[in-house]
Design a protein around this ligand. Sequence first.
Ligand code: GDP
Ligand code: GDP
Length: 433
Amino acid sequence: MSNIVAIVGRPNVGKSTLYNRLTESRKAIVDDFSGVTRDRHYGTSEWTDHQFTVVDTGGYVANSADVFETAIREQVMIAIEEATVILFVVDVTTGITDLDDEIATLLRKGNKPVFVVVNKVDNTSQVSDATEFYSLGLGEIYTLSSMTGSGTGELLDEVVKHFEDVPLEENNRPKYAIVGRPNVGKSSIINALIGKERNIVTPIAGTTRDSIHIHYNQYGHDFMLIDTAGLRKKTKVKENIEFYSVMRTIKALEEADVVILMIDAVEGIESQDINIFHLAEKNKKGIVIVVNKWDLIEKNSKTVKVFEEQIRQKVAPFTDVPIVFTSVLEKQRVLKVIDVANKVYENRARKIPTSKLNEVMLPIIENYPPPSIKGKYVKIKYITQIAGATPMFAFFCNLPQYIKDPYYRFIENQLRENFEFTGAPIQVWFRQK
Ligand code: GDP
Ligand code: GDP
């Protein structure tokens, strides 16, 4: 399921502040100037039992004034097409502006749930000012202060009611999403894998080619490929190409079991790639990194090692990820990508019997117990894998609160060394026994 909450609105109404509030990312930059480049525009959020992705369209605003309104209009259209729910942010301190009216007109024509979020209502005396926004004709309004966080809970209670929490399509085939920046070779690898079957693509109005599911059943492999390649929506504003492809990437990623992240060997791993990597990790997806266009690299005996090292440094701390070097052009290791993705799929679904887990891990813990704190010792009694789609382990002990980060990392590393979880995010909990 992919539930995407898109935050739209004109500049300076507080979209980015709300985004930070919802994703609690300390990294994103909030600035008094609009149009500031922000390093992250999407992230995961949770409310009650629902996980979803929040996209801040503000990060994709074009800088030049002449395309500015066009850019915002297009973003709203893309959000209407792609998002599950739209948060339309307006500013109580300025009231309704022309651009607000324009956006409201587009949103009224769309068929997606829209929440009018009246922001900067920092104190109750401003609540009555907010009633003006009913005239946007989008129904109920939600007053909040992104700065203090007040009002966000009431909003999210309503937002999550619109989520699709039942999978649209139930099947047991593994799902692999091929993602990466434009021009890394996504279309090429898909063509190399499926050849002429490519024609099953059903184009959707307004897009040159949509992300689609391709059933692959050859050479003993049976899985679904989720293709995000060739997503070049016709757009007048170049920033929106990125915005659009990000929306599609998030959707494909959330649906997938394993994410195949393609990187251009010449350009190396960039911040956008790292963002996708972390999003996949946060969503507990299996991950395979593919370094394509390997034919363009001058190589010696150390080149692979150097590349691997650089990539692992950038994606740290989750470094136990397979990296495959391909040349789709020269048909090198294309099928290996699928073999590795299958392996990661297995690793992600791997269940370790409790007896085996205890037999292996308890002696390791005995040799290297958690450090004592103020003379108190943590005694780990037994370990069990928790049922779920991805590997999760509970370590039962007397004083779970005394376990610190380094010991979590130690335990995770030991699990990885002793069992095969390469490419799969794992979770470790210490629980009171
Ligand atoms: P964006 O351009 O829509 O993403 O807006 P920003 O998130 O960058 O916010 C624009 C300005 O409004 C910044 O100076 C924020 O600090 C301020 N702001 C955002 N939310 C609130 C709020 O709830 N109350 C007040 N008083 N100011 C806010
Ligand atoms: P996409 O935008 O990620 O779908 O990328 P494409 O598959 O359209 O590829 C972009 C360009 O890179 C095309 O010109 C391809 O022919 C080229 N390309 C793809 N794979 C390779 C490769 O392994 N080596 C080289 N040299 N070029 C490649």
